[in-house]
Design a protein around this ligand. Structure first.
Ligand code: PLP
Length: 456
């Protein structure tokens, strides 16, 4: 298919050309006297992204799953009790990993679409009078449901219960896109991967450990070799690794951290919020619901969009992929088929996102989801909505153009029929869609900046 693939799964994300170029390096001696400049620089730059002063980052040639395992095996022993919340496929998989390491996990089942409940965590810890629970495991951003948890509130719950448990946080689809405050939130083990907010290919599992967590290593009896912090600490001190490092990934990481710092972390977070808000407005305009049950859970990196009953999210995804070269994220496990996901994280701007929203709408209409009655998505993003409205010209359908049926939306778009269909959903007259639908959708699209209302 001509043109670029539009990659809108919530990881791997688009790798900026600058990062790709930075990774295009000849192999070198990773034991040379010059080599340590690279890792030592990475360790100090990573600490800024985790927002930690005393935490120690570890870079494994692995993925987020490896990071989960490293966090557990370096600090825990088989039989240790853990408290974890399950509200999506990734929180489930982390619990599964801990159980397979022999840990005894007390699971708080939470409705999928909600996040970690600080009150229930407090209750469970307060009831644990003998402090048998050694750690609390929380997924900061549950990628399967598009839910962000309030990690700071979890820390407050642990402190309110005066409980010494370590706080283990998965921020695989959060770090580098969502604000993450390791020191302020008292996170003891923070886990991430390279292929999401860090805008790299998959291949690095990164863990940042607090001094308190590192202090528990000696007593931790879980088997570990490849993921042993001890070997890393010894080698990393001089800027080396205990095994051959993934050199291009390290050069790529240096470039992606530079990009993040050039934009400014706070600006990065604000951009993700703005783009996520644009996506949410499109979902509202389509008349659809997010899997996330309430605004407090809305994720700024991924939106999981429920398809109406009777439809299969997998059909939307497959149609988007085959007809429009657009990759959307699938529903996983319990929500398989019930939703599709748009990843809006990493190296992304308004017009890229607008392409994904338009493509998702086209695919939905192709599979028969007709309730896209609101504003066309390209009007939904707050920034895009600032553009002056233009009069839409009616196009005569070509004689070659199919008149009806199930042909791709791209073939039908703009035809009087498509216009009527669209208007029908919103109860509007054809030709009046752009203006009317936006207002009807309650989007309050602002007028172009600086234009005064003259009352005309
Ligand atoms: N945690 C979360 C929240 C994720 O989204 C993912 C992957 O998408 C993982 C963990 C697992 O990471 P990986 O696939 O890099 O092993």
């Amino acid at each position: 298919m001509p043109g670029r693939n539009h990659l809108f799964v919530p990881g791997p994300t688009n790798v900026p050309d600058r990062v790709l170029r930075a990774m295009h390096v000849a192999m070198e001696d990773h034991r040379s006297s010059k080599f340590p400049e690279l890792p030592l620089g990475l360790f100090s730059e990573l600490k800024k992204v985790f927002k930690t002063r005393d935490g120690q980052p570890f870079i494994f040639p692995a993925t987020g799953t490896g990071g989960w395992e490293a966090a557990i095996v370096n600090t825990r022993s088989p039989g240790d009790k853990m408290l974890a919340c399950r509200f999506g496929q990734f929180s489930h998989l982390w619990i599964d990993l801990a159980q397979r390491q022999g840990l005894d996990v007390q699971v708080l089942e939470v409705e999928w679409g909600e996040g970690a409940p600080p009150e229930r965590i407090h209750e469970a810890l307060a009831a644990d009078k003998n402090h048998e629970i050694k750690g609390v495991m929380v997924v900061h951003n549950e990628t399967a449901t598009g839910v962000t948890s309030d990690v700071g509130a979890v820390r407050k719950a642990i402190d309110a219960a005066k409980h010494p448990a370590l706080l283990y946080v998965d921020s695989v689809s959060g770090l580098g896109s969502l604000d993450f405050r390791m020191d302020e939130w008292g996170v003891d083990l923070a886990v991430t991967g390279s292929q999401k907010g860090l805008m790299l290919p998959a291949g690095l599992g990164i863990v940042c450990a607090s001094q308190k967590a590192l202090g528990q290593r000696a007593a931790a009896k879980c088997h570990r070799v490849f993921f042993d912090f001890g070997d890393m600490i010894t080698a990393n001190a001089g800027g080396y690794f205990p095994y051959t490092p993934a050199l291009p990934m390290l050069y790529g990481l240096r470039e992606s951290l530079t990009i993040l710092h050039e934009e400014g972390l706070e600006n990065v977070f604000a951009r993700h919020h703005r783009l996520a808000e644009g996506t949410r407005r499109a979902v509202k305009a389509w008349g659809l619901e997010l899997c996330a049950k309430a605004p407090q859970w809305y994720s700024d990196t991924v939106s999981a969009i429920m398809v109406p009953p009777g439809f299969n999210g997998a059909d939307v995804i497959d149609t988007a992929y085959r007809r429009y070269n657009l990759a959307l994220g699938a529903g996983l496990a319990r929500v398989a088929g019930k939703l599709f996901r748009i990843g809006h994280l990493g190296d992304l701007n308004e017009l890229m996102l607008a392409g994904a929203l338009v493509g998702a709408e086209m695919a939905m209409r192709d599979v028969g989801i007709q309730n896209t009655g609101g504003a066309p998505p390209h009007r939904c993003h707050p920034r895009v909505a600032l553009l002056p409205r233009t009069r839409r010209r009616r196009r005569r359908p070509s004689r070659l153009e199919p008149k009806s049926g199930h042909e791709p939306y791209s073939l039908r778009a703009g035809s009087p029929q498509a216009s009527a269909e669209r208007a029908g959903g919103a109860g509007l007259q054809p030709g009046n869609v752009l203006q009317g639908a936006g207002e009807r959708g309650g989007l309050c699209l602002p007028r172009s900046r600086g234009r005064r209302r003259t009352g005309r």
